[in-house]
Design a protein around this ligand. Structure first.
Ligand SMILES: NC(=O)c1ccc[n+]([C@@H]2O[C@H](COP(=O)([O-])OP(=O)(O)OC[C@H]3O[C@@H](n4cnc5c(N)ncnc54)[C@H](OP(=O)(O)O)[C@@H]3O)[C@@H](O)[C@H]2O)c1
Length: 241
């Protein structure tokens, strides 16, 4: 398969890139810089690197880049510093999702493309009646007001949920919602739920980045697993030991 990764230079994106290449897939990445990516990976013959800031690429370049891809995975996120959190582009994830979906549609692929978006357990799936406490509602409202990346994550998921929806001719999607991200070196047992089973704010669970990457890989390669979760926003927690 051929997979495009957005955010492949990030902490989760690099793990996804590694896992996909190890399985022999062809991978395209769009990155601002390759400095965080190992030389061995950069020399892999199945890797195509498009260097540039994803939102600054022309429509034509994006259409060409997504052409031939069976899946797109986004591990994009705002860099956790002042300019990443409060500077431009405030709609990094939403605009990237929208532009990549437009690029897919422009190519009119004969098979539906799988779009996997890394999101957060702090975001609700408004297709379901997910119950959150009054306290959490207040804090989320404040986060939306004060923290642009949270709104961006919500809007990106909403774009897939509402605009692409469930019956698009060219795109199917899964929005993955990890809880508090941690780094582990090996894939471990993890559990998947249609909705959060704990409060992302007041009782967060843990999710290894490597497990998020593993779930993305499995979704992309395993059609049965894909059919189980497509059009949904699974929440992923590490198995507690
Ligand atoms: N922290 C948590 O506990 C948590 C929990 C749940 C969900 N999440 C979500 O998961 C996302 C991914 O997590 P992570 O730790 O893997 O992220 P990360 O290491 O910060 O990686 C972010 C990726 O986005 C890219 N990026 C950032 N700003 C960009 C811009 N302006 N233009 C183009 N690319 C840009 C980065 O590229 P460069 O390498 O060029 O900077 C990098 O590839 C988070 O951002 C968040 O939305 C986080």
């Amino acid at each position: 398969m051929t997979i495009l990764i957005a955010g492949a230079s990030g902490a989760t994106g690099r793990l996804l890139l590694d896992q996909l290449l190890n399985l022999g897939h062809k991978v395209k990445i769009i990155v601002r810089s390759t400095q965080n990516i190992s030389k061995t990976i950069l020399e892999n013959e199945n890797l195509t690197v498009v260097e540039g800031s994803i939102l600054e690429l022309t429509d034509e370049k994006l259409v060409k880049t997504v052409n031939g891809c069976d899946a797109i995975a986004s591990c994009l996120g705002h860099t956790p510093n002042m300019s990443g959190l409060f500077g431009q582009p405030r709609k990094l994830v939403t605009e990237t999702t929208r532009r990549l979906c437009h690029a897919v549609k422009a190519n009119k692929p004969s098979n539906k493309i799988k779009y996997v978006l890394m999101n957060t357990a702090g975001n609700s799936n408004r297709d379901l009646s997910e119950k959150i406490s009054f306290g959490q509602k207040i804090v989320i409202a404040l986060l939306c007001l004060l923290l642009p990346p949270h709104v961006d994550n919500e809007n990106a998921a909403d774009y897939l949920r509402v605009e692409i929806n469930q019956n698009d001719n060219f795109i199917q999607w899964v929005v993955i919602r990890p809880d508090k991200l941690i780094n582990e070196s090996v894939v471990s047992e993890y559990n998947l739920y249609p909705s959060p089973i704990r409060s992302a704010l007041f009782d967060a669970g843990k999710t290894s980045r490597i497990n998020v990457a593993n779930f993305m890989v499995r979704l992309i390669a395993d059609n049965e697993l894909w059919d189980k979760w497509q059009g949904q926003m699974p929440v992923i927690y590490n198995e507690e030991t």
